[in-house]
Design a protein around this ligand. Sequence first.
Ligand SMILES: Nc1nc2c(ncn2[C@@H]2O[C@H](COP(=O)(O)OP(=O)(O)O)[C@@H](O)[C@H]2O)c(=O)[nH]1
Ligand SMILES: [Mg+2]
Length: 261
Amino acid sequence: MDTEKLGQLKIQMQQFLNEAQQFVQTIPTRDLLAAISLVLLTFLMLLVVRLVKRRKLNTILLTGLSGSGKTVLFYQLRDGSSHKGTVTSMEPNDDTFILHSETSKKRKIKPVHIVDVPGHSRLRPKVDEFLFRAAGIVFVVDAVEFLPNVRAASEYLFDILTKATVVKKKIPVLLLCNKVEKVTAHSKDFIRKQLEKEIEKLRASRTTLSSADINDEYTLGVPGEAFSFSQCLNKVTVAEASGLTGDITQLKQFIREHVKA
Ligand SMILES: Nc1nc2c(ncn2[C@@H]2O[C@H](COP(=O)(O)OP(=O)(O)O)[C@@H](O)[C@H]2O)c(=O)[nH]1
Ligand SMILES: [Mg+2]
């Protein structure tokens, strides 16, 4: 029975192949070659454009609530000092440079474009302007004054993690617990868990919105499971820093992981 069917299929295939062959033979060889080379060329060009685009992304966004320490981190990365208390940031700090700790290196190093986006909610739409070019997002959290701000921080983070650009382009996010030189700073594991819990609550309340409100947003996590950052399509990692003392090794590692020197 089965062998009979197989035989029939074989005959059909043979017929199809013959017809295809005959059809191809009716096309002049020159045209055929031209068509094939056109397809190959297009494919090659798309590949090159993609590669170049990927490599060109050199923007890292510093985001997070006001007071979390973004501006101090920005100056540490650029100048190797905190410029303590000299600036109140309403405009984004936006500059392209070689990290301060890399300035002594002999070989040529690719500069990083770092944007410190003010955490004030009125200025947050600024984030969108830079998202398209972002190779990575750093979400800075004040590890000392964490609990009073956990709700606000989670809301901001939730907005970032559900942005279509972030999800579709799988932009990696670093949750950077800052000010860890203080003994009263919470641990990064505690901070991660609290943020997950808070986002879980937000997810429950926000999915009740009508889908018409959600035009440019993606949903978070796995339905029916408690939220954890590991469910995000983009990579979300947690690290520690102290902008004030210049302890920013993990931040620099994240930057150089996504903007190759
Ligand atoms: N203890 C401590 N304070 C910090 C640290 N980084 C920033 N700060 C302080 O936190 C406040 C807000 O810092 P800033 O960089 O302006 O935060 P931004 O609003 O996120 O840009 C300033 O008073 C800083 O001196 C840190 O690592 N440790
Ligand atoms: Mg600032």
